[in-house]
Structures are given as structure tokens and as C-alpha cells.
Ligand binder design. Structure first.
Ligand SMILES: [Mn+2]
Length: 329
């Protein structure tokens, strides 16, 4: 495969979409890797090993081979707390997750301000509370619109009231939309972080009954796995881009690896059958990359304790390359 900078000599440069992409990408040719070994949002300890597995799978080297500079690698400190054993809390570990979220938000916003693409590596999906807060603050200061693409098998839109488990990794979308524990929704002093009419949920197939109501009420645009079966993921991705607002300056992609079928990506904490196949996983991110709107990325819920020979981490690295614009020709 060719890096975005590489160009087929057979093509006329003025007409080549590759040339256009190359010109656009000149503005954003570096990434900041933000590693967040956060496990406090779920009850699966293995997710804290996600960042290490991504390094073993040569994430930084692969990004540099694609032609991007890795401007910085940041390791966010996560307390190794057993607060998630507290079965009686409607939302577990909120103070600890709040602290991590502040640190993640600051790192993500700083990375964007420096003109790099922040790629936040999980860790469980509750880290998106922080990354989305950082992204939101970046655009808020510039008075610009942006869209959120949330890939997931699950809704992640529970509130402390609706959640059966109290696990915050089932709540980050709700928190970002301004619903849930105030200590999280009010991070950085304002709420919501993202508008529902600029938020899209793609690939869902395992949704709690109260989440159905919330999805229906709150105004996000959902594309279930049934929609993908019916329309195809290419068409769904195009529709999702339209739903995020054609006047958005940029897109945040929050990609939960459990959106992929567990046969292809076994290394997750909460597998759900019937997910994206290998090619669909790449297609969605390739199409988003072609829109040239991706400005920030989360890759979450990799659980090396459930993986087979680090294959899911290797796939996650490939998917990051696709989201950065890796092309076949
Ligand atoms: Mn998720």
C-alpha cells in the first residue's frame, strides 16, 4: 500500500484525487499519541493493557511509515483503584474517571492546538468523556462546528439512573450530550460538549431498553447493524457524514473495537456477534478519511487478555492507518 504522500506516476497530478488529498494533508501531517490505560469504566481489567499491546503492534512506527510524524507520545496516569468493586454505586469511580478525563481533555486540546491529530488509545470507552471534552473546547474557542462519529456495538448512552451495572464505559455518549453525573457532564465548566444533531451512532446491535428511549429522545442519528445490512456500510457512512452537518469543520471519530465482529476482533471486553467484518471496518474509516474531515480519533476497548496473538491490536493499528488516509492505490 502507498502512503498518502506517494503518488502513482501514471496519473495526471492536477486531476488525481491523490494529489488533492496530498495537498489537504500537508496541513495535518503529524499525530499525537495519547495512551490512556483506563479500566475504571468497566469491570474488565484487561483493557488497561491496551496501550502496551498497541505499542507491541508497532503503532508509532506504522504511522511514521505512512508518512506522518509522531509529534509526541503521552502516557496519561490512571490510578489503579478497585473502586469498581463498589456494587452499590449508580456510577462507579466517578471521581477517578473525572480526574483522568481532565488530563485527557487537556492533552487532546493541546495536541489539536499544535496542529496535530490526537489519537487517544484505550483503555475503556469512558476515556471519550475526556477526549470529547478536549475536542469540544478546541472548537468552542474557535467558534466552529464539528461532528461526532461514534462506532460501537452498544449505545453507550446510559445514565446512572438507567444503567444496570453502574459502569461508566456504558455512559460516555450520554455524558458528552450533557446527561448523567454532573461531576462528569460539567467537566471544563460547561455542558453539553457535543450537540445531538451533530452526533451519529454507527453499528449498534446490543442496546439496553432504556437506551432505546434515550436514543429516540435525545436527537442523535443512529445507524443500527440492520441499517448497515440493508443499505451497506458505504451508503451508511455517506449518510452519517451528511447527518453530522455538512458545515462541520472537523470530525471526531470515537471507535469502539467491539463494533467489529468478535470473529475478526476477539480482543475486546464486551463482544457482540454480528458486527463489522474485516473489510467493512476498513471501508468506514477509509471513506471518512477521504472526506478529509477527521481531526481527532479514539480507539478504545482493546482487551489483550481476550486477544489471540495480539491480532486485534494489529487490526486496530491498521484501522488507524486507514483513518489517516492509507490508500490501496
Ligand atoms: Mn463503547
Amino acid at each position: 500500500m502507498l502512503a498518502p504522500e506517494a503518488k502513482s506516476s501514471e496519473k495526471t497530478p492536477e486531476k488525481s484525487p491523490g494529489a488533492e488529498q496530498q495537498a489537504a494533508r500537508k496541513k495535518l501531517d503529524s499525530v499525537t499519541l495519547i495512551y490512556v490505560p483506563l479500566h475504571l469504566g468497566g469491570s474488565h481489567r484487561g483493557v488497561s493493557m491496551g496501550p502496551a499491546a498497541m505499542r507491541v503492534a508497532e503503532l508509532p512506527e506504522s504511522i511514521e511509515r505512512l508518512g506522518f510524524k509522531v509529534a509526541d507520545e503521552i502516557d496519561i496516569q490512571v490510578p489503579y483503584s478497585v473502586c469498581w468493586w463498589d456494587q452499590h454505586s449508580p456510577a462507579k469511580c466517578v471521581p477517578e474517571i473525572g480526574q483522568v478525563s481532565e488530563d485527557v481533555a487537556a492533552a487532546v486540546e493541546a495536541a489539536m492546538t499544535k496542529g496535530t491529530i490526537p489519537i487517544t488509545i484505550g483503555g475503556d470507552h469512558s476515556l471519550a468523556i475526556g477526549s470529547i471534552a478536549g475536542v469540544s473546547n478546541y472548537y468552542r474557542k474557535r467558534n466552529e462546528n464539528w461532528g461526532l462519529m461514534w462506532f460501537d456495538a452498544h449505545g453507550d448512552i446510559n445514565t446512572p439512573e438507567s444503567s444496570g451495572s453502574g459502569n461508566v464505559h456504558g455512559m460516555p455518549l450520554a455524558v458528552s450530550l450533557g446527561r448523567g453525573d454532573k461531576r462528569l457532564t460539567e467537566l471544563l465548566g460547561y455542558s453539553p460538549k457535543v450537540l445531538p444533531n451533530r452526533s451519529v451512532l454507527i453499528g449498534i446491535r446490543d442496546v439496553d431498553p432504556p437506551e432505546r428511549e434515550l436514543i429516540d429522545q435525545c436527537g442523535v442519528t443512529p445507524f443500527t447493524i440492520r441499517d448497515i445490512d440493508h443499505l451497506g456500510l458505504g451508503r451508511v457512512t455517506d449518510l452519517a457524514l451528511g447527518a453530522c452537518g455538512s458545515d462541520s469543520t472537523g470530525l471526531h471519530v470515537s471507535f469502539d473495537i467491539d463494533v467489529i465482529d468478535p470473529d475478526v476482533a476477539p480482543g475486546v471486553s464486551t463482544p457482540a456477534r454480528g458486527g463489522f467484518n474485516y473489510r467493512e471496518s476498513h471501508l468506514a474509516l477509509t471513506l471518512l478519511a477521504e472526506s478529509q474531515l477527521i481531526r481527532s480519533i479514539d480507539i478504545v476497548e482493546l482487551n489483550p487478555a481476550n486477544d489471540i496473538k495480539n491480532s486485534t491490536a494489529k487490526l486496530a493499528v491498521e484501522l488507524i492507518l486507514s483513518s489517516l488516509g492509507q490508500r490501496i492505490l
